[in-house]
Ligand binder design. Structure first.
Ligand SMILES: [Zn+2]
Length: 146
């Protein structure tokens, strides 16, 4: 990346956030590392699209799982799912849904401010942890083994 080309940089330090042009990835104002504005924007778009995709998919799946149970093209009778298993599935989908939402917000922040949002990354940790626990339970044979 040290091609010497002049580009736009955005300081990644939250209190600073300076935008400047140059060849140096060290912020001239606070001395911290900056990121190329174009890269941040591209990453933001990726996060935004991925987030929208996750939220859309999970919304559909949650609606399908809904209070009525599995309603897959009117063939609900063929699915006889335990209530506890359905709850586990719903929590799993909701956790993924939350991650998608955080990805949208974080992508938007990257596009609008040119900066990654650390609080939003923290926000993704909790549903991420929930997913790991549930997948662990499924793999361990504690749930969804009806
Ligand atoms: Zn700075």
């Amino acid at each position: 990346m040290t091609d010497g080309a002049t580009r736009q940089w955005i300081c990644q330090s939250a209190p600073c956030g300076a935008r400047y042009e140059g060849t140096d990835r060290t912020c001239p104002q606070c001395g911290r590392t900056a990121a190329p504005a174009a890269t941040m924007k591209a990453d933001g778009v990726v996060a935004l699209v991925a987030g929208l995709f996750l939220v859309g998919m999970m919304s559909v799946l949650i609606l399908m799982l809904g209070p009525q149970g599995y309603v897959v093209q009117g063939s609900s009778a063929s699915f006889n799912v335990e209530a506890s298993d359905r709850l586990v599935s719903l929590v799993l989908l909701a956790a993924i849904w939350l991650i998608g939402l955080a990805a949208i917000a974080s992508g938007w922040t990257m596009i609008a401010k040119g900066r990654r949002s650390e609080p939003l990354y923290m926000l993704m940790l909790l549903p991420g942890f929930v997913i790991v626990v549930i997948v662990g339970l499924i793999l361990g044979g504690f749930v969804l083994q009806g």
